[in-house]
Every structure is written in C-alpha cells, then in structure tokens.
Ligand binder design. Structure first.
Ligand code: GLY
Ligand code: MN
Ligand code: MN
Length: 461
C-alpha cells in the first residue's frame, strides 16, 4: 500500500493529536505478529493492531511506532534473504518510514537503546498477539494488563486514543466509504446468487467472492443463515428453501484495514410471506426512526430506546404484544424479541476499539447496565459529528428466551402467544446500516443498498 502525500499529512496530524493530549509522555505502539494456524510456517493472515495502523498507516509485522519528544520513529527489521525468498522483497525501512511520514527508523533491537531512561515512563496499549505482548513486557520491564484495565500512563494513553479515534478524519472517511461500497456490492452479489443456489454456503461464497475480487475480505465472520435467531450464527450448512428468510450480516475490510458492517434479510423465494413482510416492516420502521434520531449531542442510549419503542409499537399493532407501548418499553418487553443493542462504533475495527473494553463505547463514569438486553448495549455516550455508528435493530424468535420460565413469568401477560404462533416463519430479521454523524444530522454510508422490502427483492434477478 502506498500512502499519498495527503494521507501522510493526515497520519502526522493523528500523531500530533495524540501527543498533544499527552505532553511529555513517550508512547510506543506495537503492531503485533501473525498467529500460527497449526505449525509456525502456516500462519493466519497478518493484520497490524488497529492502534498501530491508525497512527502508523502501514500494516507492518513486528514493528513498533515510538512517539517521543515531538518525533515519531519506526523500529522494524528488514526481511532477511531467507524471508525475501519465501515472501518477496519489501521496500527498505527508510522508504517505509517516509511513507508513514516518520522522522527516523531503526532496527527493532535498538528500541531500548533509543528510549534510554525514558523507558521507565513509556506508555503503551497491550496487543492481542502473545509473542508481541512478551516483547512489550520485556521493553517496559513490567507486565501489561488488558487494555480495559490499564491505569496510570497506559490509562491516560487509552483515554487519548479514544478521544482521537472516536471521530473519523478525511482519510478514514474515504476508506470507510470504499469499504461500504464493497460491502454493498457483496450483498448485491448475494441477492443475485440466491435464486440459483441451494445452500447458505453458496450465497456466502458469492458475497465473499465479490469482496475478494475487490482486494478486500470479510471484516468479521459473515453471517449467512436461515437461522437468523442465532445472533452470531457462523455455520453455513443449511439448505435454503422457498419460505425461508435469509439473514445476511456481512461487511468488508479493505486493504488499509477500514471496515463496513451491513445486514439485510431477504426471502429465498424472492417474495416475503404476509407475516414475514409485516414483521420486516416493523423492524424497518424501528431502523428508520433510529437513524432519523442520529445527530450530534444525542445520547446513543436514547436512540436504542427510540428503536425499541417503535419496534414495540409495531408489534402491538400486529397483535403480538399487548399493552401500552411506553409501559412495555419501561418493562424491557422488547428484549424478548430484540435482545441486543442497536449498534456500535465502526472504524478500523467492526466494533471499533473494543480491544479497550468499554472505554471507547461508554462515556467516563458509565458502565453496562445489569438489565437483560440493555447489558448488551455496546455504545453509551453522546454522539459527535464525525463518529460512524451502526444502526441495527432486529426481531428474533429465540426459543431459549421465549420458552424461558423467568421470561414467561415476567412477560406472559405482554405477549399474545397464540397470535405469535402465526408468525412462525419469522425466525430472525435484522436490518443494519453504517451511519456517519454529520453536523446537521447523519448520512447513511450504506444507503446504496435498499432496505425497502420490494426494492431488496428486485435485486434478486
Ligand atoms: N457484524 C457484527 C455486528 O453487527 O455487530
Ligand atoms: Mn454491527
Ligand atoms: Mn453486522
């Protein structure tokens, strides 16, 4: 990947944004290293840690980016002759450092020497890779807790990273748009493939082939299932038949690392049954109301609340729920059918910065609710212009929830169980878009892929 001069300037601005928040603090970010699949030479694809990628701009393996005294320095070992034999040559370290807009570059072994006695003050974020984490601990001379538990200078670094990465700059937005466009094309390929195939696996293949053809890949394990009530279903072994709804949650990660995250639900036959369409319209109304509420200053929790209320109103209209919608929301009755949160931050990670636990998703001083449903809310802070979030309400008939004795005791009077049986061809529906918070309101980055039920079905030919 080659960074343009504008991208290099943006990387420098990101690093300044971080250093300015932590005056005098030396910061080192490790890129990590690939995990072995079953023996060392057979590795999972490498992808640098998102913090390194965000501030460094290149996915270099076994690299460290040091920011100290106003300078940014790369530590990385150039490939040996044997490395180059198997993996091809790489640009020299000095060329890579220039592409990252850095001030100096050294072999990895010189990190401790260059740091000198600043080593004692160094702040970092623990990476996932165990090998890289051992290197971090050796350089720092102390063990590293999970980033969600970081305190002292490491904790200050986490807070500063969250502040910088929570809103997206021009380079990031350009890549997020590119990722969104690829995910849209991938869903379109899945829609076109559906009438002519017989298994979930074949629809998945059509979706992921489109991503791969764009030199992208899935940003997370795609969900392509007629069992949409299994929220993170990662099996693809069912036949698909007329009468089934297919829930597809698939997003792309582009070569620069930026992600998209789209869910659509469509009928395998190309036509929704009356009951499927009715519930689909309810989920769509909830999604539209939630998106309409997105603007700077609004609490994301209130958007979850708005979506939940509209969902309940629709289910009351359908006769599935009974009672006053506002009271039903207060009793969390929506969680029977919509147990998860309405979305999350999106960026370099599909759940952006979730390696930091809830330190990005939750405003300082806030923590997860202990109420069922609300405890799965991944984002609880006021929205700011430049944030990218997902909006993804759903309706699911999860036997483990609906047949649970406690839930039956609590909500037995809210549900018309006989009426619900008429909707047994609706196992799971989710509709998910990626939404940029703008100064005026919002922009749906994935709007090219329709959500209207007729428009979606029209794409199946
Ligand atoms: N694709 C994961 C999610 O929607 O959160
Ligand atoms: Mn999502
Ligand atoms: Mn998703």
């Amino acid at each position: 990947m080659i960074n343009t001069p504008a991208e290099i300037a943006q990387l420098q601005a990101r690093r300044r944004g971080l250093s300015d928040r932590l005056p005098g603090l030396p910061i080192a970010l490790w890129s990590g290293q690939a995990a072995a699949r079953n023996f060392p030479a057979n590795r999972y694809p490498f992808r640098a840690s998102s913090h390194f990628l965000y501030f460094g701009g290149l996915s270099l393996e076994r690299a460290v980016l040091l920011m100290v005294d106003g300078r940014s320095i790369l530590f990385w070992d150039e490939p040996t002759v044997a490395d180059a034999l198997w993996h091809g040559p790489e640009p020299s370290r000095v060329v890579l450092a220039a592409e990252m807009g850095l001030d100096a570059d050294y072999p990895l072994a010189e990190l401790a020497t260059v740091l000198g006695d600043r080593r004692a003050d160094l702040a970092t974020v623990a990476v996932q890779s165990p090998a890289a984490r051992s290197h971090q601990a050796a350089i720092l001379g102390r063990s590293l807790p999970e980033p969600s538990q970081a305190t002292g200078a490491d904790g200050d670094l986490v807070a500063a990273i969250v502040a910088v990465r929570s809103t997206q700059d021009a380079s990031a937005l350009s890549e997020l748009r590119r990722s969104a466009a690829i995910a849209v094309a991938a869903h379109q390929a899945g829609l076109r493939a559906t009438p002519s195939v017989t298994t979930e696996a074949e629809v998945r293949a059509a979706i992921e082939a489109e991503m791969i053809a764009c030199d992208a890949h899935p940003a997370y394990n795609s969900i392509v299932t007629i069992r949409g009530e299994v929220l993170h279903n990662e099996r693809y072994d069912n036949e698909i038949n007329p009468g089934d709804l297919l829930l597809v949650d698939a997003g792309a990660e582009v070569s620069s690392g930026w992600a998209s995250d789209i869910t659509r639900t469509w009928p395998v036959s190309g036509e929704f049954s009356a009951t499927q369409r009715a519930v689909y319209e309810v989920v769509l109304a909830a999604q539209r109301a939630a998106i309409a509420a997105v603007r700077p200053g609004v609490e994301y929790r209130s958007i979850h609340q708005t979506g939940s209320l509209v969902l309940i109103e629709g289910l009351v209209d359908l006769g599935i729920l009974q009672g006053k919608p506002a009271e039903l929301v207060d009793r969390d009755a929506h969680t029977l059918f919509f147990p998860h949160g309405i979305g999350h931050l999106l960026g370099l990670d599909v759940h952006d910065m979730e390696d930091l636990g809830d330190r990005a998703g939750y405003a300082p001083g806030r923590s997860r609710s202990d109420r069922f449903g609300w405890c799965f809310l991944r984002l609880d802070r006021p929205l700011e212009a430049g944030m990218v979030v997902t909006i993804e309400p759903g309706f699911y008939q999860v036997p483990g929830l609906l047949n649970n004795r406690d839930q039956r005791d609590r909500y037995g009077d809210c549900v018309n169980w006989e009426r619900l049986e008429e909707f047994d061809d609706v196992r799971g529906i989710r509709i998910e878009d990626d939404v940029l918070v703008t100064a005026e309101g919002s922009e749906v980055l994935t709007a090219e892929l329709p959500t209207d039920p007729d428009d979606i079905c029209a794409l199946m030919v």
